[in-house]
Design a binder for this molecule. Structure first.
Ligand SMILES: C[S@@+](CC[C@H](N)C(=O)[O-])C[C@H]1O[C@@H](n2cnc3c(N)ncnc32)[C@H](O)[C@@H]1O
Length: 287
């Protein structure tokens, strides 16, 4: 009798998709945060406007406190106060940013789980609120009370730094992706809805991976898209003395036949510019 050889099929569990194992905070930090550039911008503008070096910063909407940690790494005299409503995000920042930076650095970062509208802190040299986070405030009254609270927490020569996105494309429903240097994932920015009656905008960040998987809605933002003149009026109403807009300088791409202009990464103060499809401005608001 011939024996039937039984072959056992080993069932291999499928390799987990990259999107399921990715850490959204790591991807976010790599995609949309540039602490080196931003901190240099804060220091240069502070020295230009105030003729001294800043050492104490407050990072509103600090999230993972990436910027605060990098600020304290820059100079042993630097200290940071990070404020955010989300304890889980700040806990992630403690594990992945503060602890790896070492005790000497992390002891100079203080994290407060608080609403930026009401938080009370020591008076700081400057406060920053990056990646358009203040757009979470949807009415003039609430934005003014935020600016008033920031002003209360600034020294007499303090500065508030904001960034703002805009351009003709910002009011469109779009999805666009961008490669990130030395990384194999794509950063995807989606503007799902824009309501011209209220200027409310609903946006999402997704991440696409080479195995075809997507980390969908890694972050979602329900914002009001403020304009620069509105911000200026509200900041002055809140008691700030002056408001300055910094715009990226452009140069012609010599290898290109069309009139395409390349951003240089250098920002200078502007008073009139041509509208663009999309822009990112830095705003300096002085006490
Ligand atoms: C767009 S993320 C900004 C993260 C980081 N600052 C950056 O530059 O990329 C917005 C953060 O603001 C926080 N947030 C939203 N409303 C807030 C409020 N009223 N007070 C404090 N934090 C708030 C959220 O928890 C979230 O971590």
């Amino acid at each position: 009798m011939t024996s039937k050889r039984m072959t056992k099929k080993t069932k291999r569990s499928p390799k987990p998709k990259m999107a399921t194992t990715a850490d959204r905070h790591v991807l976010y930090q790599k995609s949309v945060q540039s602490p080196e550039f931003e901190l240099e911008f804060f220091i240069d503008r502070f020295e230009e406007h105030r003729q001294r070096k800043p050492h104490l910063m407050r990072e509103d909407f600090c999230g993972t406190a990436f910027l605060s940690t990098e600020w304290c790494k820059l100079d042993p005299e630097n200290k940071a106060i990070g404020v955010d409503l989300c304890q889980d995000t700040m806990d992630w920042g403690v594990q992945h940013n503060l602890i790896p930076a070492g005790e000497e650095v992390s002891s100079r970062v203080r994290l407060l789980n608080h609403d930026v509208l009401t938080v009370e802190t020591d008076k700081v040299d400057f406060t920053c609120a990056m990646n358009f986070s203040f757009c979470t405030f949807k009415t003039r009254g609430v934005l003014r009370s935020y600016f008033e609270n920031v002003r209360k927490g600034l020294k007499s020569d303090g500065i508030l730094y904001l960034d703002l996105m805009g351009g003709t494309q910002t009011i469109d429903v779009i999805e666009e992706d961008r490669e990130i240097d030395d990384e194999d994932f794509l950063y995807v920015w989606e503007q799902e809805k824009f309501n011209p009656i209220t200027n409310e905008i609903l946006c999402h960040i997704h991440f696409d991976f080479p195995d075809g998987s997507r980390l969908e809605n890694a972050f979602s933002y329900d914002w009001r898209l403020w304009s620069i003149p509105e911000l200026k009026e509200i900041a002055l109403e809140a008691g700030f003395k002056s408001f300055h807009v910094y715009w990226e300088e452009f140069e012609e791409d010599e290898d290109s036949d069309d009139e395409y202009l390349d951003g240089t990464g250098e920002y200078s103060e502007v008073f009139e510019v041509d509208q663009q499809e999309s822009w990112l401005a830095y705003i300096v608001i002085k006490v």
